[in-house]
Design a protein around this ligand. Structure first.
Ligand SMILES: NC(=O)c1ccc[n+]([C@@H]2O[C@H](COP(=O)([O-])OP(=O)(O)OC[C@H]3O[C@@H](n4cnc5c(N)ncnc54)[C@H](OP(=O)(O)O)[C@@H]3O)[C@@H](O)[C@H]2O)c1
Length: 258
């Protein structure tokens, strides 16, 4: 493998579980310095960090609520001071918050979904940009931002997920704008758009429901977080994807074909 991820400094928002954690492990194995982040503490975090720190790269944990701009600011300064910069930003944090139909959505719920899925990405890109620009001036390297979208952006989402789906559509769209604006600075912006992935995101579904969903997926099953991780490594690496920007990569077992 063409591996230029060794010693690269990678922020992954929302990475104590699911797709974020699987990606952190994959990148640490490739020699990157990654962060595990969540808005809350985890009793087993030291154990998880020890596992990652046995790999070629390294990992630290930062408690940060990405729906809170001031917390993002503190975190980005802390991470950049610790590692001397930022090479890759993965805007992974996101979620439904709750399932609500349009007639049940109040201003507070709207803001919760918008802050978690949209504003967190906008804030993190804004704060990381000076560091990414600096990173992008390295030889044989372009800095990379990977936004985690969703199949919901194309399908409109499941029951009660209209705001979530629309917020992911917003991410797919603003990614194109960021890609165009910052191409001159040698920073690439791409979206990874997962289908239905078996993580805590679907904790509200029983096995029968998952089996029913699987029937609508050509590959006949949900995806795993581990199956998402290599695509993040691909898009992070200049050697592997240095001429790819402004794209959406769907990983969904054929559930949606663009
Ligand atoms: N799973 C799917 O089928 C699917 C499909 C399409 C798109 N996606 C997208 O993929 C991304 C990751 O989803 P996932 O399935 O891996 O979800 P997950 O297993 O629920 O993981 C979410 C991660 O984000 C953290 N988190 C949640 N709210 C946070 C906040 N305000 N500040 C900081 N951290 C926060 C969680 O921390 P804790 O561990 O402490 O809760 C966890 O580490 C999301 O953007 C999601 O929308 C998922």
């Amino acid at each position: 493998m063409l591996n230029d991820l060794r010693n690269k400094r990678v922020i992954i928002t929302g990475s104590t579980g699911g797709i974020g954690l699987a990606t952190a492990k994959y990148l640490a194995k490739a020699g990157a310095h990654v962060t595990l982040t969540s808005y809350r503490q985890h009793s087993d975090i030291e154990e998880t960090l020890a596992e990652l720190n046995r790999f070629e790269g390294s990992a630290t944990f930062h408690q940060v609520d990405f729906a809170d701009d001031a917390a993002c600011e503190r975190f980005v300064s802390e991470f950049a001071a610790l590692h001397g910069g930022i090479d890759v930003l993965i805007n992974n944090v996101g979620g439904l918050v709750d399932r609500k139909n349009t007639d049940e959505i109040d201003a507070e719920f709207f803001d919760d979904v918008a802050y978690l899925n949209m504003r967190s990405a906008q804030t993190m890109v804004r704060l990381a940009l000076p560091y990414l620009k600096q990173s992008a001036s390295q030889d044989h390297w372009s800095a990379s931002v990977i936004n985690v979208g969703s199949i919901a952006a194309d399908s409109g989402g499941g029951p009660g997920a209209s705001l979530y789906a629309a917020s992911k559509g917003w991410l797919h769209s603003i990614n194109r704008s960021w890609a165009k604006t910052y191409a001159k600075d040698n920073i690439r912006f791409n979206v990874v758009s997962p289908g239905t992935v078996d993580t805590a995101f679907h904790a509200d579904k029983d096995d029968a429901t998952k089996a029913r969903i699987s029937k609508g997926i050509p590959m006949g099953r949900l995806g795993t977080a581990e199956e998402m991780a290599p695509t993040f490594a691909y898009l992070a690496s200049h050697a592997m994807s240095g001429y790819i920007t402004g794209q959406v990569i769907n990983i969904n077992g054929g559930q949606y074909m663009a």
